[in-house]
Structure formats: C-alpha cells, structure tokens
Design a protein around this ligand. Structure first.
Ligand code: BJW
Ligand code: ZN
Length: 250
C-alpha cells in the first residue's frame, strides 16, 4: 500500500474530514461482513432477512439472526481502525464520522459523535406503539419479545431495506460530505443507498476521496486514491502522518 504525496500533504493540513464506514472496519474485530470475501452472510442475502415483511412473516427467525449477532458483539472489541477515528476526532477541527454499522463499536472505541445511518443493534422498539424496549434477548427457546405497554411485536432498532434512514443523521452526513476537504470511504462495498451516495457527493463537491478497502468496490471508480488493505493497518498509518506533520507525535 502506497500513500501518494498528494494525500500526505493533505493529511498534514486538512481541517475538514468526513468518513463513511461499513462492515469491513469491524471485520478485524471478528464481526462478519455482509458481502465480499469472508462475508458470512454471503449464503444469507441481507435483502432477504433485513426487511419488514420478512420480520412479520417469521419474527422468530429474524430475531434469532439478531440475537446471534448480539452474542458475538458481547465477545468482541474495537480494533485499531476504530481507535484511529477516536484520535482523528481530536486532531481535526471539523470531523464527521458517519457509519452504516449497527454494532456500536465506534462508540465503544471512544468516538463521541457518530452518525448511525442504519440504527443500532443494541436498541429495540415496538412496531405497534413505538415504545423502546430494553434487555431484549431471544434464543431458540424464547418467544419473540412483546411490548410491555401494548403487546405489539418488538423489533431491533435498525434500518431495513425499503425503510427510511433517520432524516437528521442523513442531512448532517450530506452537509458534512458537501463541505469536507477529505472524504474517507472505509470498509464498505458501496452498494447500499442512500449511504453509498455520501462519498460520491463529497467528491462531486470537490473533496479528495480516498477508499480504504481490501477489495475493489462500486465506489472505487469515484475515488481519487485507493488504499488497498486492512483498515486496522491503514487508518493508524494515516493518523501517524497527521500527528507527525502537526508535531503531535509525542
Ligand atoms: C474490509 C476489510 C478490512 C472487509 N478492511 N475493508 C438507489 C439505487 C438502487 C437501490 C436503491 C437506491 N436507493 C435506495 C435503494 C434501495 C435500497 C438499496 O440500496 N438497495 C441496493 C442493495 C440495491 N436501499 C434502501 O432500501 C434504504 N432505504 C431507503 O432507500 O429508503 C428510502 C425509500 C424507502 C422506500 C421506498 C423507496 C425509497 C435502506 C437500506 C438499509 C440497509 N440495511 C442493512 C441492514 C441493517 C441492519 C443489520 O445490520 O442487520 O445495512 S443491509 C446491510 O448493508 C447493512 C449495511 O449497513 C449495509 C451496507 O453494507 P456494508 O457496510 O457496505 O458491508 P458489506 O459487507 O457490503 O461490505 C464490506 C466491505 O468491507 C467489502 O467491500 C470488503 O471488501 C471490505 N472489507 N474486510 C477494509 N479488514
Ligand atoms: Zn407497544
């Protein structure tokens, strides 16, 4: 992986950065991606389970999927890729971290402001009255959770296909993309919209767009620079260059 001189110079001066992360940034923590090499949901297309109709048809199956993923998340930790963005937040005056991930690992790493476009797997709410529910856990033996207030079905607070993204977060992400000098697209296949439109918008608005990914993606052709490799290795290197050039490598 080679970092161009253009990017090195930009990293030393940049004051406005917008980042979009996807499942790949959590891969080195042991969380499966949806697509790409090693994506264990390759056999199980997310489009088939991650939608409201699938949930209403078979809430038990959908809950088993989310319960399984929650169990995995209890045993994993943020990796150096997540930690790099905690440091970037301290170094860059106008820094916006946008994630498609529902795994909460950016917050657990210590990032204080995270725009979660696809919700958060740790929260749940009632499909009938909207009341939030805590401590929801489902296993093979346990029934699908029901709302204490109205008896309705409880669902994970994530965004499924065909559902609207949280409008405030989406607006903020677009604004940040529109004004940033540097945009990083990290560990995302760039196939799911509107999230995938954020780096494209940044590029069109004049930002330098860098893709950090182990593989080529749908966004690669839009990028000014491709950094091929694992985000847990590349992102700390980008931070090191930022710190060095700002005299903060103590
Ligand atoms: C590494 C690595 C390492 C691995 N280091 N890299 C425009 C055009 C076409 C379609 C649409 C469109 N606009 C809207 C749509 C429809 C649809 C859509 O996009 N469909 C496409 C798939 C065709 N979008 C929607 O429905 C969205 N809603 C919407 O548009 O509302 C408006 C509307 C409503 C009604 C009618 C009409 C309009 C909602 C999308 C919700 C997505 N939800 C999910 C599930 C969330 C809950 C859960 O987690 O279960 O979000 S799907 C799944 O995909 C999840 C992810 O956030 C999302 C993106 O995946 P991501 O993060 O990119 O992961 P992968 O696995 O795809 O990629 C991993 C990458 O990492 C790979 O590239 C690897 O190479 C890389 N990698 N190791 C660096 N170590
Ligand atoms: Zn309810």
């Amino acid at each position: 992986m080679t970092i161009s001189q253009t990017l090195r110079t930009l990293l030393s001066t940049v004051r406005s950065v917008c980042v979009l992360t996807g499942a790949g940034i959590s891969a080195e923590s042991g969380v499966a991606t949806f697509r790409g090499d090693g994506g264990i949901w390759n056999k199980l297309r997310p489009e088939e389970l991650a939608n409201f109709d699938a949930f209403m048809r078979n809430p038990q199956l959908v809950w088993e999927w989310y319960s399984y993923r929650r169990t995995i998340l209890q045993d994993v930790r943020p990796n150096p890729g997540h930690t790099a963005f905690v440091r970037m937040e301290q170094l860059i005056p106008d820094f916006t971290l946008v994630t498609q991930n529902v795994d909460n690992l950016h917050r657990r790493a210590g990032s204080s402001r995270v725009l979660e476009l696809h919700g958060n797997i740790e929260r749940s709410y009632c499909v009938s009255c909207g009341t939030f529910a805590n401590d929801v856990h489902v296993s093979d033996e346990v029934q699908v959770p029901r709302c204490a207030a109205c008896g309705g079905l409880i669902r994970p607070d994530v965004v499924w296909f065909g559902e609207m993204l949280p409008q405030d977060e989406l607006d903020e992400a677009h604004e940040a993309a529109g004004r940033c000098e540097l945009c990083l697209s990290v560990g995302t296949s760039g196939v799911v919209y509107p999230a995938a439109g954020i780096p494209i918008h940044a590029r069109q608005a004049g930002a330098y767009l860098v893709e950090v990914n182990t593989e080529e993606t749908d966004l690669s052709r839009h990028a000014n620079e491709l950094l091929r490799g694992a985000s847990g290795t590349i992102l700390p290197e980008l931070v090191r260059i930022m710190e060095e050039s700002r005299g903060m490598n103590a």
